[in-house]
Write a protein that binds this ligand. Sequence first.
Ligand SMILES: Cc1ncc(COP(=O)(O)O)c(C=O)c1O
Length: 367
Amino acid sequence: MKKHNARLGPQNNSRIMWDGFRGWRIRTGTNRSRDPRAPNSRRLGSSDWIVNWRGPVSRWSNAHKKSQSGGVITSFPCSGASMDERFLNERLARRAESNALRSLHETRDLVDFTSNDYLGFARSSNLREMVDAALRDRPDLPLGSTGSRLLSGHTQLHAEIEEEVATFHRAESSLIFNSGYDANIGLFSSVPQRSDTVLYDQLVHASVRDGLRLGLAKAYSFRHNDLAHLETRLRRAVGTCFVAVESVYSMDGDCAPLREIVELVQHYDAYLIVDEAHATGVFGTEGRGRVVENSLQDMVFARLHTFGKALGVHGAAVVGSRTLKNYLINFARSFIYTTSLTPHSLVAIRCAYQQLARSRGLIGQLH
Ligand SMILES: Cc1ncc(COP(=O)(O)O)c(C=O)c1O
């Protein structure tokens, strides 16, 4: 890799560019004829060179690692842009060099092996019609929510749907966030305090880790689904101790041993938080999640249910006690300092739950 790392010309004014389906390219501003150190380069215009950076370049495309090493990376003062963005381009170039550059692709007209639309709700014409009809019945609903829930953005609709979500997941209450990411950020940054300990499975979602980074508690990972390691950590925990797991892990689709974890957590007087993002709509009667499936709802401090995966819409809710809800309304900054979900998103969430309640057969087919 390194030996291909030639620089293209003295002025070094190059840009990294996405070139349709041909992948990432390094656009340089040199005037020189074909550079012998960049055999894949070709002339673009009077002063531009394209150096082929063979794609796809995504974090997961290890299979292509070798074939990508023919690319040439330069350093990047911007040609043509009004601002000097070298500090961005240099980091992007390093990502490209290690085949970890992320990019956005539309995935229409492909067979879906990757999305979280487990029940096909996101593309369901039936759900679409339900949402359209429900919106037609409510011409009074504004297009936007106009502000934070704590100011102008709270409506009766929010309150009703939070009740419905709580009832469905057998909880005392629920609080809707704009996304699962926001919900985890709010929960993990606000609930554990400086003197507390959070123990999290090493494979928990980035949103849990990011929430912990914003908070003040000490946080330690334990080996994935390793009860003995969790117990070692529990023995050493100080302050109030929280344990964070996913009920179904997003990367491998394996399940946490929830009953055993609950036993341990109870033994050490800790509080269990279960992210049910990938179990919502998929596990338990009518998709209520693995906590309800195992009748553990009274032993779990907080659960996260997201609406953007099997439910096919958008948003998320933290479900738990009324006290927890009140606490989050007061302290979760990702709840407080943001414009609340739009009324049409709320209507879509309600309709998705209604469709879920009628989808036992479909859910059964997943197992
Ligand atoms: C386990 C888990 N938790 C939380 C989230 C965040 O949810 P959302 O996509 O609604 O922000 C995700 C999404 O990828 C997830 O996989």
